[in-house]
Design a protein around this ligand. Sequence first.
Ligand SMILES: Nc1ncnc2c1ncn2[C@@H]1O[C@H](COP(=O)(O)OP(=O)(O)OP(=O)(O)O)[C@@H](O)[C@H]1O
Ligand SMILES: [Mg+2]
Length: 248
Amino acid sequence: MPERTAIYVDGLHVNFSGFSAITNLSLEIFYGQVRAIIGPNGAGKTTFLDVLTGKTRPTRGEVFLDKSTDLGRRDEAWIARRGISRKFQKPSVFDALSIAQNLELAIRRGRGYGAMLRSWLRADERERVAAVMRRIGLEAVPNELAGTLSHGQKQWLEIGMMLVADPKVLLLDEPVAGMSEHETERTAELIRSLQSPERAVVVIEHDMEFVERIADLVTVLHEGRILGEGSMHAIRQDPRVIEVYLGR
Ligand SMILES: Nc1ncnc2c1ncn2[C@@H]1O[C@H](COP(=O)(O)OP(=O)(O)OP(=O)(O)O)[C@@H](O)[C@H]1O
Ligand SMILES: [Mg+2]
């Protein structure tokens, strides 16, 4: 089956008052795949997600969703409504609400303005919350307050809050930072389970074992440029990647 492009980037430059955080970046991210973006601190990884989500404007170059939707001049709310969903490193769940309530809130937030205030959930929305709860492995404790969850469980809940909206593109910035080994393993399984022909998943991580487990394709950034791209197996043997990143 031919690969369908979810994100298309051509000749992207991002300058911050003279400093070039991203320099002539061109890449494609495909539906049905998990793409990892790796590279040393300051490589431009988070900046790339900032551009995809409308937080930072490209200085130059093109960024498209589905090869047809120009994201370069759109704001964050507009892009989010088109199905690009992002998780920041720090979990931002509501501690005083239960797991189920956090997910219900996320569903309401994704509704149109009129329906957002409607407190009750439709049957299909309730089913969706239940399905997401099973997916993130928290279905046994729906009424547990988010504030009492472990760091890993909070991260899963936040991924769940993205999933209720069924995003086309899921962006995860360092999802396993600070997790135990067991939680990291569970998160790898969760991310693999998110793979679908209708979804592209982009993960930034420094944990290379984790990257190897989840990624179909790895893009290495260094000082705002692409240093290499390929399977993790191939990337591990790329002398330039070893020199600037893996070998340290
Ligand atoms: N808003 C901004 N204004 C000025 N410089 C910025 C801004 N955002 C990022 N930078 C700079 O751009 C470069 C790339 O930063 P970025 O956060 O994208 O790196 P990263 O690859 O995510 O690194 P890390 O692995 O440490 O998270 C860094 O030198 C950073 O200081
Ligand atoms: Mg970063």
